[in-house]
Structures are given as C-alpha cells and as structure tokens.
Design a protein around this ligand. Structure first.
Ligand code: AHR
Length: 332
C-alpha cells in the first residue's frame, strides 16, 4: 500500500495553520507547497488511509467505549486501522509504534499510558515522516513538534469539578481518600492537580490519604479493603476516585465491610459510565464527572482533513414542508 504520509506532511506547521484557517471558514488555501490540495472537493488522493493506533489497554469501561468509538469510526470511513492493545505497558506501546514505522502507515495515533519516556520513539517516527496524534492523554516532551495535536478532554478541569461537588454538597470536615489512576499517567497527575487547586481554598476539605488504584475496578476494591483496615481507614468520610471503575470497586469493598457508600462515605469519581449511573440510582455513588471517551469522530475528522486534504462542510436539503421552520435559524 502506498504511503501518503511524506507527501501529505511536507510541513506540519503549515498544516496546522491550514486546519486553523479551515476551522474559521477559510478553505481555499494551499496547505502543502509540494502537493497542491485538490481543486475540486472530493477529488483528493484515493488511496486508503492506513492508521496505526496504540491503545493503552482495556482497564476500564471508559477505555472499552473509547476503543469501540475508534474502531467503529475507522470502519465507517473505510480507514485501514492497525489497532494494538498495549495492556497498560509502555514497552508494548513503544513496540507497536515501532512496528507502525516498519509498516509505513500514513498516520499514528496513541493514548500514552504514561507521560514520560517518549522522545526517542517520537523522534524516530518524525524521521520516518509520519505524523502523530495524541489521544486522551498527554506526553511530557520538550520538543512539541514531535506530535501534531492532542485530542482529548480538559482533564485538570475534571479534577476541579470533582472538588467543587464536595465544596457545594458537604459541610464540616471532609477527610478525603484520593484513589489515583495509573502512576505516571498524565490524567492522574492532572486530576490530582485540579482537585487540589480547588480544595486549597477550603481548609475543611483535606486529602488524608492518596494511593494508586491503576484505573481498575479490581484494584480499587483491593486498595479500599486494605485501607479500611488501617487507622486512617477509620477516619475518612469521602472518596475521590480518578475514575468510576475504581470507585465501583471501592464501593463493593465498603459494602462488604458494613459501610453505606454514598451516605457514610461521600463518593465522587470521573468518567460517567453507565455503571456509575446505576450506582447513583442505588444511592451508593454521589457524583460522577463526565470524561467523554467517544473520540472517534473528531479523531478521524482531523485525520481525513490532514491526509485527504478536504474538510467536508455540513450541508442540508430543504423542501417546502420545512421552509417555514428552517428560515428562523438561517444565518445567510
Ligand atoms: O485516560 C482516560 C482515563 O483512562 C479514564 O478516565 C479511565 O477510566 C481510563 O482508564
């Protein structure tokens, strides 16, 4: 299969500029000096886009939904997706990224399991002329030209939202057990940072214990079981879990220990997966902050804009039966 990446990626900065202009409605710009964009929309390169995606793993309901979204969207758009599940291991992700270079894919996307240690492989990918997109988690690199963009949520804000729930909905001393995500993951550090940003102005709310639960339900349960046996486990009255799965595991451990989660212990977590709603309906979880895993459409919009050189504008068809209603919101 012919690789499109070198041709399409003559100058990354130029492309980013092109996309920014396109987002502002400016579409008739030349984005690549070597290969001019197709003059007629839809007449771009016909070769199938080949994308390598190195997924973190399958640690949570959020991740499962994220994987489905990416695979389904690739299928819908006829993209040849080379998908690798790295089972929460950075070395597996690096191995996958290296194999994508060998396979000469057009574009690479990945959700970095941890934040550091990416520069050497990202430099190799850049040398191979393959653009990189970061999904949902960030990398800590000094050279930001090693990736094109980050598509993901405002994770620090998620931590702030969780803390704001405690500020608004509790009174008196709040002694929080913070159950953190995977050690070294950008989202674990950012959720912590956001939460602490808010509680620093509310001295009645304190983190009395902070521990990793790896974003896994089983681990969340084990960690809570051990914590409940410790002296601090007798004092806490709140749980901030960096994801729903860990909160759900912890809830199970609390129930087995004779506690009433949601009442004895106020619980806030992040993701907003269906199981969290079930727990809220059962009164066992107090709040979940949404982290949207359905990144597929936005990811592939970006990929197609980049590789196919065409950002498709949404257009409709209107007949007489709709005209009266539709005219109310017409902007032109
Ligand atoms: O990176 C997103 C986080 O990873 C989700 O909040 C968590 O559930 C997942 O494992």
């Amino acid at each position: 299969m012919k690789s499109l990446s070198r041709r399409a990626m003559g100058n990354w900065k130029q492309w980013v500029m092109c996309l920014a202009l396109a987002a502002c409605g400016v579409t008739a710009v030349s984005c690549d000096r070597k290969a001019q964009p197709p003059k007629t929309p839809g007449k771009g390169p016909k070769t199938k886009i080949v994308m390598g995606f190195a997924q973190v793993g399958s640690e949570s309901d959020w991740r499962a939904a994220n994987t489905v979204s990416i695979k389904a969207e690739a299928k819908k758009r006829g993209i040849d997706l080379r998908f690798v599940d790295a089972q929460q291991k950075q070395e597996n992700q690096i191995k996958a990224l290296r194999s994508f270079i060998t396979q000469k894919v057009d574009i690479i996307a990945f959700s970095p399991v941890v934040e550091t240690g990416w520069e050497p492989i990202l430099r190799d990918i850049k040398r191979a002329g393959i653009p990189v997109i970061l999904c949902d988690r960030r990398v800590d690199v000094t050279d930001h030209s090693l990736y094109m963009t980050y598509i993901g949520p405002d994770v620090v804000e998620e931590g702030r939202k969780a803390a704001r729930w405690f500020v608004k909905n509790t009174s008196g001393e709040v002694k929080v057990f913070e159950m953190r995500g995977t050690p070294g993951a950008s989202c674990a550090a950012e959720r912590k940072q956001g939460f602490e940003d808010v509680i620093k102005d509310h001295s009645r709310i304190k983190i009395i214990h902070s521990q990793d639960g790896n974003f896994e339900r089983g681990r969340g349960k084990e960690v809570m079981e051990a914590f409940l046996k410790s002296p601090q486990g007798k004092q806490f009255n709140a749980l901030f879990a960096h994801n729903d799965d860990m909160a759900l595991g912890a809830i199970q451990a609390m129930k087995e220990a004779g506690l009433k989660p949601g009442e004895d212990i106020k619980i806030v977590s992040i993701d907003a997966v269906k199981a969290a709603f079930e727990a809220m309906i059962a009164g066992e979880l107090n709040c979940t902050v949404e982290c949207n895993p359905l990144l597929g459409p936005q990811l592939f919009d970006f990929v197609e804009a980049l590789i196919k050189k065409h950002i498709v504008i949404k257009e409709g068809v209107f007949d007489q039966s709709q005209a009266k209603e539709a005219i109310k919101t017409r902007e032109y």
